[in-house]
Design a protein around this ligand. Structure first.
Ligand SMILES: C[S@@+](CC[C@H](N)C(=O)[O-])C[C@H]1O[C@@H](n2cnc3c(N)ncnc32)[C@H](O)[C@@H]1O
Length: 248
């Protein structure tokens, strides 16, 4: 399945996906990803920021409300439409439809910060996307991206349960498989993901020219755990990993 089919699936899934997103994203973003992303951001006021694969745009709006000049791209026309509708006119966000692997309409060295939140594992050619992010950043600019943790979320992973549904442990399989796999996201839509090993991610970042600044394997804070006790299981193994790298 190629990019055209992946875009069609995101277009079809965009409305359902967006329904779960409030102004802080969905519950996983609120508990795990937003705290990690914002802990990695230095200054944001008046910075030029690219939200690469913006979806319905909650993160773009959070960044713009913090004072950033935000450009947001997504290859799904329906996502861009929803994001535009959800953005109040006083927020400075420039939405454009585009593929993160080839953003020719954006100029070299034009961003201080690029964030790709849960997008890189959607990309058929992540090496190309990393090169695009590198091209678009100014020197010493920062690239932050979040992905499903490749050591634990693999094509063959899932809970081992007893007959009555008690979770025993998390199984991991096919870790060294690199390539596409399908996973159901909503009730109907099967989305396409790409698995790569942690080694491939880190070596590709270094080969592109990025310097690793930090990694977070997010766990819920005590406060959010009280609010959402079911996330206790995320103390057993992480679902996500967040990278901060710099253009050196
Ligand atoms: C899981 S959603 C995340 C959306 C948003 N970043 C968020 O955190 O809410 C993935 C998004 O990436 C977009 N996407 C996937 N591959 C892309 C690509 N190659 N170029 C641009 N957007 C892409 C999809 O259309 C979808 O909106």
């Amino acid at each position: 399945m190629g990019t055209e089919e992946a875009i069609k699936r995101w277009d079809r899934f965009a409305d359902t996906y967006s329904q779960n997103h409030s102004e802080h994203g969905d519950i996983h973003k609120e508990v795990f990803l937003n705290p990690a992303i914002f802990s990695f951001i230095e200054t944001i006021t008046n910075k030029n920021v690219l939200d690469a694969g913006c979806g319905e745009g909650y993160l773009s709006r959070m960044l713009a409300k913090s004072g950033a000049h935000v450009t947001a791209v997504d290859y799904s026309a329906r996502m861009i439409e929803i994001a535009t509708k959800r953005t109040p006119p006083d927020l400075e966000i420039h939405y454009q439809q585009g593929n993160c692997e080839e953003l020719h309409f954006l100029e070299d060295h034009s961003f201080d910060l690029i964030i790709a939140n849960m997008v890189i594992h959607d990309l058929a050619n992540y090496e190309k996307a990393f090169r695009e992010m590198y091209r678009l950043l100014r020197d010493q600019g920062t690239f932050i991206f979040t992905i499903l943790h490749p050591c634990f979320v693999t094509p063959g992973s899932g809970w081992e349960k007893t007959k009555d549904g008690k979770k025993l442990h998390w199984n991991v399989d096919q870790y060294f498989y690199e390539g596409a796999y399908e996973q159901r996201l909503g009730d109907q839509e099967k989305m396409l993901f790409f698995h790569r090993t942690l080694t491939s991610y880190i070596n590709t970042l270094m080969k592109t020219g990025f310097r690793l600044e930090g990694i977070i394997e997010p766990k819920p804070s005590e406060e959010l755990l009280q609010q959402y006790p079911s996330f206790e299981e995320d103390f057993r193994c992480p679902d996500f990993i967040v990278f901060k790298v710099k253009k050196s």
